[in-house]
Design a protein around this ligand. Structure first.
Ligand SMILES: [Zn+2]
Ligand SMILES: [Zn+2]
Length: 311
């Protein structure tokens, strides 16, 4: 059987499109202005075949635009409106990476908000009350698009190349990509935000082969996203609870959910899941904001500097 039916979710739809390590790394390189095949291949340490395959896929889903010179040669790859809109996710990825990892590439980079002149940390804030949005202060409800999705079960194998082995010095959120670059791993994390903790519950919502699910849960425990807690002694039963590190991934997932609502709704039925901010009781409509002045961050208003030089 090559199809999988799950509850409709903008996070899953987004991950089915870009929840792949190489796709996420390509998008990151293009965000930094790396536009040619050879530059990407060198930066990512990826084989020619895999890179061609992912570039084609990203064009098929309108996440990259290919241009050539007048003679139809020297192709370059460029962001589309859809990928430019992943900017919030990129900033939330940087935030999580900063909070939980020593990442030399990232530690040397400073983010400066041009309009207030300050070095800042990106924060996800509610569009209505401006409070920071964190897990535990949101409520999920079914939305107008709460159907079920038939998904391709066939999945590229979880890449065996660890994020730390990616040569690119522009890989600012390599540890995040290491986890969410496998869509089943990311699906499991997303389910845990809905309060799911037990193997059987995960399996009901995500009916992949049990060995695949067990492998992803084990990885998430090893990576400190989940902790195993005994809930029954005889027979021994354990559940998977989010750690602080795991809970702190929520802003990235929420930014991805909003992106999926906007760009991955093929039938135009509307959001499958509505997210309400319990602090103000309004739909979240989260915005990535500057920690210093509190204003919504726009891509052209943010400067990345490496050792004092603009990247
Ligand atoms: Zn609010
Ligand atoms: Zn600012």
């Amino acid at each position: 059987m090559s199809e999988l039916i799950t509850r409709a979710s903008s996070i899953n739809r987004a991950l089915d499109q870009i929840g792949d390590k190489w796709c996420l790394l390509i998008i990151q390189e293009v965000l930094w202005g790396i536009n040619t095949f050879n530059e990407m291949m060198e930066a990512m340490g990826v084989s020619r075949g895999v890179l061609s395959n992912r570039l084609k896929w990203l064009q098929d889903i309108d996440c990259l635009r290919r241009e050539t010179d007048a003679a139809g040669r020297h192709p370059t790859y460029h962001l589309t409106s859809k990928t430019i809109d992943l900017y919030d996710c990129a900033l939330m990825a940087i935030r999580w990476e900063r909070n939980w990892f020593d990442n030399p590439q990232l530690d040397n980079v400073q983010l400066r908000h041009r309009s207030c002149g300050q070095t800042f940390q990106p924060q996800l804030r509610c569009g209505h009350c401006s409070d920071q949005v964190i897990l535990g202060e949101v409520r999920f409800q079914s939305g107008p698009g709460a159907t079920r999705d038939v998904r391709e079960k066939k999945v590229r194998r979880r890449s065996s190349i660890a994020a730390s082995q990616i040569p690119s010095r522009r890989a600012l959120y390599r540890n995040l990509i290491n986890l969410v670059g496998d869509r089943w791993t990311a699906n499991v994390i997303a389910l845990s935000f809905h309060g799911i903790t037990r193997f059987e519950e995960f399996h009901t919502e995500l009916p992949v082969a049990t060995n695949i699910l067990a492998d992803r849960l084990k990885l998430l425990v090893e990576e400190g996203v989940f902790v195993q807690v005994v809930y029954q002694e005889r027979p021994l039963r354990q559940e998977y609870q989010l750690t602080d590190k795991g809970r702190d991934m929520f802003p990235w997932f929420l930014a991805l959910l909003q992106w999926g609502d906007k760009w991955c709704d093929p039938q135009g039925k509307g959001a499958p899941v509505l997210v309400t901010h319990t602090g103000c009781n309004e739909p979240v409509e989260a915005e990535v904001c500057c920690s210093e002045c509190g204003k919504h961050l726009l891509a052209h208003d943010v400067e990345f500097t490496l050792n004092g030089e603009v990247m």
